[in-house]
Design a protein around this ligand. Structure first.
Ligand code: UDP
Length: 427
């Protein structure tokens, strides 16, 4: 940082919500379908039922805006489009999902790249040939040599050559992919910062997200055919999807609070789709005595730099080692959509427990938590049969879904209820 660069910390969450429209009971007419949550799952189902079945859909959303964690907006001072809840990069190999997302906007191809600051150097993540050469002083210049190097590292690691697809925990996955030395540099401490436990305590799903390359491919999602951003941002995509005379959205409206109002509680719906935390549904409404489920949250620190150039080499820089601070990564939004501005916005992420009103970003995938979730799932099954309440999305399924998984989950539920033919006709 030079003296001429002006830098300040700002609070983004203050006044950027154009759509605030809390529920007015007196305007409530008849609705066929109730959806709790205006994120991806709720929006997909609202669209399909309103447009393809002519149903009247009521969506209520606790936050002051639609779009769930995908919500983005243009920061006024800098005119830079930012995600309020962390960088969201769409990537998918699922053809139905790819087709579906085009219903509401064009998509701009965008291949995400991440570099990690490790041992004071900036290296590609996931691991590729350049990562190994830079961090371990190797001189690998072919895919065959990289394969041989990886095999050697894996064999010499404490977990040996494991079959990653049947690994018991994330340590086995990480070491099974890149061996012990890179595991220690890239995954061990980052995971502790992110989850407050080491990878051996987390299910394989966490480190299975990070592939390894035997070539020079430095894309973060090398295995997904489609990688793109909605041409005018995520929020525009949601606005388009929800813009229909059969859909009514109330933001800043808490479902559990609404149920305390007699006028709301007595409304009857053909179907309800609940996309919030499944444990809260049963604990708050049904008086379940099951323990709450565990989640992780993120605290964001936003820095505006008064400088036209970018200050980091990639959209996201990861900080996998304790020595570089407690934050896990920093996103510099000018890189996303290659935006032009006289300033730059950087958002640093610190992982936190759920305290006070912290948002539940991540289900906590330990074996114990997953078993615990199964108990809620049993309750959910009977709620579905008896009352036509369906649980859909990341929080309701307690699964580490990516955006495309969340859309797929909503489409799968739709197919389960309405049949594949209806989806084919809709796509
Ligand atoms: N991870 C890591 N080092 C990295 C990047 C990721 O150890 O440089 C691990 C970490 O446990 C993290 C997980 O891989 O929680 C998944 O990373 P991803 O970037 O997919 O996380 P998300 O974007 O979902 O927060």
């Amino acid at each position: 940082r030079t003296d001429s660069v002006h830098e300040k910390t700002v609070d983004l969450a203050s006044d950027h919500f154009p759509n605030v429209l809390a529920m007015q009971l007196e305007d409530l007419g008849h609705y066929d379908i109730l959806i709790i949550g205006a994120g991806l799952s709720g929006t997909v189902l609202a669209d399909l039922y309103a447009r393809k079945h002519g149903k009247k859909v009521l969506i209520i959303e606790r936050r002051p805006h639609i779009g769930g964690n995908c919500f983005d907006f243009r920061e006024e001072e800098t005119d830079i489009l930012v995600n309020l809840y962390g960088a969201h990069l769409f990537h998918t190999g699922k053809e139905d999902v790819w087709k579906y997302v085009h219903r509401f906007s064009e998509w701009t191809p965008y291949e995400h790249r991440v570099v990690g600051r490790v041992d004071g150097k900036l290296v590609p993540i996931p691991v590729n040939i350049d990562t190994v050469n830079a961090l371990l002083g190797e001189e690998i210049y072919s895919e065959d040599a990289m394969d041989a190097w990886l095999t050697h590292e894996r064999r010499n690691s404490p977990v040996g050559e494991v079959d990653v697809s049947t690994a018991k925990n994330s340590r086995e996955v990480g070491m099974g992919r890149v061996g012990e030395r890179l595991y220690n540099k890239l995954f061990k401490e980052y995971t502790k910062k992110q989850w407050n436990v080491y990878p051996e305590e987390l299910g394989p799903v966490v480190l299975s997200r990070i592939p390894v390359r035997n070539d020079w491919d430095d894309r973060y999602f090398p295995n997904d055919k489609h990688q793109a951003l909605p041409a005018d941002g995520y929020t525009r995509w949601f606005e388009e999807a929800l813009d229909h005379p059969n859909i009514r959205v109330f933001t800043s409206t808490d479902y559990f609070e609404s149920l305390k109002l007699h006028g709301f509680a007595k409304l009857k719906f053909e179907k309800t789709f609940f996309t919030g935390q499944i444990d809260q549904y049963f604990r708050n409404i049904k008086g379940s005595k099951l323990k709450p489920l565990q989640y992780r949250s993120i605290k964001f620190e936003t820095i505006v730099r008064d400088e036209p150039s970018v200050s980091q080499p990639a959209f996201v820089v990861n900080f996998p080692q304790f020595r570089d601070g407690n934050h896990t990564r920093t996103a510099e939004y000018k890189h996303m959509y290659h935006q032009d501005s006289q300033s730059s916005i950087l958002i640093r992420e610190y992982s936190t427990d759920i305290v006070d009103d912290a948002e539940p970003y991540y289900p906590f995938p330990t074996k114990e938590n997953e078993e615990h979730f199964e108990q809620y799932r049993e309750l959910a099954k009977s709620e579905e049969t008896q009352h036509n309440v369906h649980f859909v999305g990341r929080l309701a399924n307690y699964k580490y879904f990516n955006m495309d998984d969340a859309i797929q989950n909503a489409l799968d539920l739709y197919v389960k209820i309405e049949g594949r033919k209806r989806l084919d006709a809709a796509l």
